[in-house]
Every structure is written in structure tokens, then in C-alpha cells.
Ligand binder design. Structure first.
Ligand SMILES: [Fe+2]
Length: 166
């Protein structure tokens, strides 16, 4: 989904791919909202670039505001996506549910249900902002790609170099 958005939105595609692949690395430890903070810490400990670490830390919803940070007990900091790569990873994530592409309203409705009106509004706003840059409503990608895209050939064969193995 992130790559599909990047076809018409100018960004650093290598950074975007790295962020998209790694955004949920924190789920290897924790499935709560803390997975973003834990994931950023894992990425930082691995020596990954600061830009990738920040994508991971800010990838929840369309970002978290100060009130969210306090209510959720997260470490103080800015959790609002600023860069285009951070925004695309956030929003691509908003348009994926497990292995299925979904319109952004899926995530808006989910947050409304949870009572997070501000979070839902931020997703709707991010959707508008990125759709404008894309030149078309991004929900059209769900139709264009289909709900279950064929991922065959989506990634080049990847080998972890011995020095990078854990
Ligand atoms: Fe996540």
C-alpha cells in the first residue's frame, strides 16, 4: 500500500520501504500501543538510521497528540508524523487490516468506536492531505489493487548479510 501511494507522491522510496517493512517490529515484544516505542528502541539499538526509527515511533494511527501521550502513559515526545515518509507509512497502515486492503474509513470508524474522536479526525485529515498529493482519493487504491493483492514479486530477494545477523 505504501509503495502504491509512492507511485504518485514524491518521497524517498528506500526510506519508505524500510519504514513500511519495519514499522511493527515492536510487536515482536508487545502488542499494546507501546509497540511503537519499543519498536523504535529496537531499531535504534540495531543502529538503524534515525529516520527509520522515527517512522516506527510515529506510525500509530495518524500520530498521537500530547493528550494521547499522557493518557496512554507513553514517554514524552512528539508522536505526530511530520515527514512525507512518516505520513505515508501511517496512512498505508490505516488502510491495511491484517492481510487485507481497506478504505481509510475502516480505521476512522474503529477509532470512533473506541471513543478517540481526535484520533479519528486526524486519520480523516491525513487521508485528505495525502489524497490531494496523490491526485485522487486514496481509497481508490483498494479498488485498483483489490482487497487481497498478489504480493508475489513485490519484494526483491533479500539476504541478511552475516554481519547484520542477530
Ligand atoms: Fe503498529
Amino acid at each position: 500500500m505504501a509503495e502504491a501511494m509512492a507511485r504518485r507522491i514524491d518521497c524517498d522510496i528506500d526510506l519508505l520501504r524500510a519504514g513500511a517493512f519495519l514499522h511493527d517490529i515492536g510487536r515482536s515484544v508487545d502488542h499494546s500501543i507501546m509497540h511503537a516505542v519499543i519498536g523504535a528502541s529496537i531499531a535504534a539499538d540495531l543502529g538503524l538510521p534515525r529516520e527509520v526509527v522515527e517512522i516506527i515511533r510515529k506510525h500509530v494511527g495518524a500520530g498521537l497528540d500530547e493528550q494521547d501521550v499522557i493518557e496512554m502513559g507513553l514517554p514524552k515526545g512528539n508522536y505526530i508524523p511530520d515527514t512525507i515518509e512518516q505520513k505515508i507509512v501511517c496512512h498505508a497502515d490505516n488502510m491495511v487490516s491484517d492481510n487485507k486492503f481497506v478504505p481509510h474509513t475502516y480505521s476512522v470508524d474503529r477509532l470512533m468506536h473506541k471513543g478517540s474522536v481526535r484520533g479519528a479526525r486526524r486519520i480523516a485529515d491525513l487521508h485528505k492531505e495525502l489524497s490531494k498529493l496523490y491526485g485522487e482519493d486514496l481509497d481508490s487504491l483498494v479498488l485498483a489493487l483489490g482487497p487481497y493483492p498478489n504480493m508475489k514479486g513485490a519484494c526483491a530477494p533479500f539476504t541478511v548479510p552475516p554481519e547484520a545477523r542477530l
